[in-house]
Design a protein around this ligand. Sequence first.
Ligand code: ZN
Length: 403
Amino acid sequence: MKQSIVFLFVLISIYSFGQSSTISPKNIEKHISYLASDELKGRGTGTKDEQKAAQYIATFFNDLGLQPKGINGFEQPFKANLDTVHVLDARNVVGYLDNGAERTIVIGAHYDHLGEGYQRGSLDQDAKGKIHNGADDNASGVAGVLELARYYAKNGVKENHNFLFICFSAEELGLLGSKFYANNPTIDLTKVNCMLNFDMIGRFDPTKPITVGGWGTSPTWGQVIPPVMQREKMAFKIDSSGAGASDHTSFYTKKIPVLFFFTGVHSDYHRPSDDIALINFAGESQILNAVTGILNELDKLPGRLEYRETAMPMARNASFKVTMGLLLDYSFNGPGIKVDGVSKNRPGETAGIKGGDLILRLGNYTLNTIYDYMGALGKYEKGQTVEAEVQRGAEKLMLKVTF
Ligand SMILES: [Zn+2]
């Protein structure tokens, strides 16, 4: 009798382990099948279809028993500027797993995409009217957040951290949802130990390493991550910067250590062909199981994670003698480079450049990427004056920049 009880107990443990402690490809497929379906028409910011996606996420959080941490239940509404004229009503979706702990880990992904090609960002020559399903970008990341939420809500363990799960909107318009959350948090950000961001984790290729970004934002990453990835037999490469073209940037700038998981850019990126048929569900579940390994190690560490400022991408090949004092939007895809803000009394501000401007040309150099901009700066000396061609809304301006 005793023996059979022990045997039964072992069986139940194995069964419940299998049920709740690994993230299954089937569940990932279920989420992406809905979010990236034609029914949701590409989840353009502020559209009815995006609201349906938000509803799906909120219902899932609610069914898991997470606490609503938006303003209207799970939703945190905000205004997203499409351009200088059009303002969209957008919403983040926020759920909280309260373990009664002092510190919280934030887990996020953006759920908006390019809709039917009427908003900016498509790389299709003739984008309008075409559904941009965004299966990899970023239904894959949302599926990751939902399944990590399920894992931590249902594993029967009370971790030493609370977890805040956020799905952001208006990422494609310039990280607007995550910026809004970071500036209007619904929990105390000083108690946030780190933020993990998932943007495009659906195209895992076993012959190539995945990218782990934000590596330089805490010395802890270098200690905790390699052994887990080795155990999970997952090859990875690192990107040190805390500032990149996705939502972790908004938390990094609040001095929070960040991690960013990414399976890499591909020829369907920001095109209508980013479809579900190309998603590797088993590969994504492998990544997410490695992530739970990392999170479970982090959960054991006492105290606060150490934050480190990382070099901005431009510092890596910093051979220029002049700067303009501009804060740039690293998520912007051109044409031009987008200014997020200007520092006081620096050449950019003195020339009359403002936040929101697009700089199309500097002197003789056409600017489409941050690297064009750095390359151009490298050509000038202190005291030199050059012309900058600036797009401000519908207006085109010629400004004189003196370094
Ligand atoms: Zn994305």
